[in-house]
Design a protein around this ligand. Structure first.
Ligand code: UDP
Ligand code: MG
Length: 136
């Protein structure tokens, strides 16, 4: 019996803008993730603020929300065994300079803010985030 888990992944505006969506999607597929759902959207700033409300007290909150709503993003539900932790590993550290060799952020990230991908960090947040974008 497989113990498949779901996580939310976002290809952020810096990567979509550089036409890296297909390449990044291939990274997920190559690493055994199934892209269960996928859509391209452009958020309003108010929507980005809601998505990132967990960070509302952080000094980078306003810039982060400006940035996430600055252009189209690709939102995906990824499936794999231990998808949440496995996706965080594949993404690498928040700051691309600190990310390990072979990770998506190491390969494609520009800076700590323009780091190309988002991934849910816990089972609770994965559910909330999947619901945010793919509410039935
Ligand atoms: N971020 C930033 N400056 C910082 C820390 C984070 O601009 O000093 C941005 C960055 O885009 C990051 C997002 O805020 O991906 C959310 O931060 P978090 O600490 O949750 O990092 P993540 O979970 O994305 O690795
Ligand atoms: Mg986070």
């Amino acid at each position: 019996m497989s113990n498949s888990e779901q996580t939310l992944s976002i290809i952020k505006p810096d990567a979509v803008e550089r036409n890296l969506s297909e390449e990044i999607k291939n990274e997920f597929k190559k690493n055994g993730f199934n892209i269960f759902k996928e859509k391209k959207v452009k958020l309003e700033k108010s929507e980005a603020e809601k998505f990132y409300q967990i960070h509302q007290s952080k000094p980078f909150y306003n810039d982060l929300c400006e940035y996430l709503s600055s252009g189209p993003i690709v939102v995906m539900v990824l499936e794999k065994e231990n998808a949440i932790v496995e996706n965080r590993k594949l993404m690498g550290a928040t700051d691309p300079i600190k990310a390990e060799e072979g990770t998506i952020r190491k390969k494609y990230g520009i800076s700590i803010d323009k780091n190309s991908v988002h991934g849910s960090d816990s089972s609770e947040n994965a559910k909330t985030e999947i619901n945010f974008f793919f509410k039935e």
